[in-house]
Structures are given as C-alpha cells and as structure tokens.
Design a protein around this ligand. Structure first.
Ligand code: BEZ
Length: 211
C-alpha cells in the first residue's frame, strides 16, 4: 500500500547501528527524515551517508532527526561504517536501520519490483512532529540524492506549516514567498505587515515572514 502525503507514517520497531529504534518514540517532537539505501558496501550509498553525516548540524538546527535504512544486517552496517569514515571523512553519526527481512522496506513500499525485486530504491520520507508524512521522493539506485535539496524542502515545509504562504519555484530560505490564494487581500494585509505585491490577483508575493 503506497504511503501518501498526510498519512500517519507507519510505526515500527527495528534494530539499528544505535540500538533498537521504535520509530514514533524515537522521533519524539522532532521532524524526521527516513531514507533508504539499496545495499551496504555500494559506492553511491557510501557517498550519501558521508554527506548526511557532514550535514547533521544542519538537520539538528531544523529540529530534524535522520534515519537511514539498508536491507542488510546491522553487523554489516558496522563494518561498512568504517569504510564510510575512511573514504568520506565523516563518521556515521546517525542510526542506520538493519532490515534483512525487509520488514520496514515493505511497510514503506521501498522495494519497487520492476526496478529491482530485492533491493530498495532510494526513498525519502519527511515526517512532521505530528508523525504525518509531509513529503516523499523516490530516486533510482543509480542516482545519488541531493541533500541540499532535502534541507531546502524542509525549510519550505517548516515555513509553510507555520505561515499562510507557499514557496515558489527554486525558492531558498530568505527569498520572497507567495501568499496562499485562500487569504483575501484584507487578511493578507493583516498577516503580513511588510505588505505584499500583487503581480496578478492570484500571484501575491511577500517577504519571508519569519525573517
Ligand atoms: C550504489 O549505491 O552505488 C548502488 C547501489 C545499487 C545499485 C546501483 C548503485
């Protein structure tokens, strides 16, 4: 069953490199990024895990916990972690789930049989503090993810959860944002003291409200 935006992220208990994880309990009041890797000791995944380790302070700044998954046992992850540190210059500093029986991978529909019937694709699930799924992205095994994009998306998700705005194409934190169409001009004037520019009645732009 596909997991859709707005669904409660399925809860699970699974072993990880940092001990057993009960997903919802582990998330607490944080946002979460759950992301899958096709297999241990594979080159693209090695680079991704090193990059996420380096970006951990950026995730922490945003109150986001990161959780990787690879369909191999934790004992393999521990050996792989040495290679990640050696080759990427960053030690694994977040938990990596072991999932040799593919329980979590199946629960999250991370195996796409027409791509590969045993390995996962590169899934990304962003979960809010309410445990609901806010974003999903799926990449094929051959394409490494861009974690700057994941951080950018988190900035948008967190901003739009708090303010009645949407973020335009290629938006980055600090850029102007769009007033949601559901707000009348009067409501928008009250909510956005810096004002807004109406390029069209449906396209109204305002400075980012939390800056
Ligand atoms: C990789 O992480 O390098 C990879 C994994 C599975 C298939 C292709 C590439």
């Amino acid at each position: 069953m596909a997991i859709r935006l707005g669904d409660v992220a399925p809860d699970f208990t699974a072993p990880s490199t940092e001990g057993e994880i009960k997903f919802h309990e582990w998330l607490g009041n944080s946002w979460g990024v759950l992301f899958s890797h096709p297999k241990d000791f594979t080159p693209v995944c090695t680079t991704e895990l090193g990059r996420v380790a380096k970006l951990k302070p950026e995730f922490a700044k945003r109150n986001v916990k990161v959780l990787g998954l690879s369909v191999d046992p934790v004992s393999d992850h521990v050996r792989w972690a040495r290679d990640i540190e050696e080759t990427q210059g960053a030690a694994l500093n977040f938990p990596l789930l072991g999932d040799p029986e593919r329980k979590v991978a199946t629960l999250y529909d991370m195996i796409h049989p027409n791509a590969n019937d045993t390995l996962t694709v590169r899934s990304v699930f962003i979960v809010g503090p309410d445990k609901k799924v806010k974003l999903t992205i799926t990449y094929p095994a051959s394409t490494g993810r861009n974690f700057d994009e994941i951080l950018r998306v988190i900035d948008s998700l967190q901003l739009t959860a708090e303010h009645k705005v949407a973020t335009p194409v290629d938006w980055k934190d600090g850029d102007d944002v769009i007033v949601v169409p559901a707000l009348s001009d009067e409501e928008a004037k009250a909510r956005f003291p810096k004002g807004f520019k109406a390029i069209k009645p449906y396209l109204r732009v305002t400075p980012q409200p939390n800056k």
